[in-house]
Design a protein. Structure first.
Length: 76
């Protein structure tokens, strides 16, 4: 049997560098609205225990995100 070799054209791979200055972050208003919608959903569909635990969890998560975001902005 005869082996056939298919020649592949070699093209240089272009690397695209992404800069951190052009970040597509969402606005703070979006995060506030999503927080309020989450609390509304917890209030409508959950009982008091679920609402309280969900509220504490949501506050911890959102506060942690904004604290980390503020700390990163101070260093850059």
């Amino acid at each position: 049997m005869e082996e056939t070799h298919i020649a592949h054209p070699t093209t240089p791979i272009e690397h695209v560098s992404h800069t951190h200055s052009e970040s597509n972050e969402l606005s703070s208003g979006f995060y506030v609205a999503s927080f309020l919608i989450l609390l509304l959903i917890l209030g409508i569909f959950g009982d008091m225990l679920v609402f309280i635990l969900g509220l504490l969890g949501a506050v911890a998560i959102y506060a942690g995100y904004f604290t980390e975001k503020a700390a990163n902005e101070e260093h850059h």
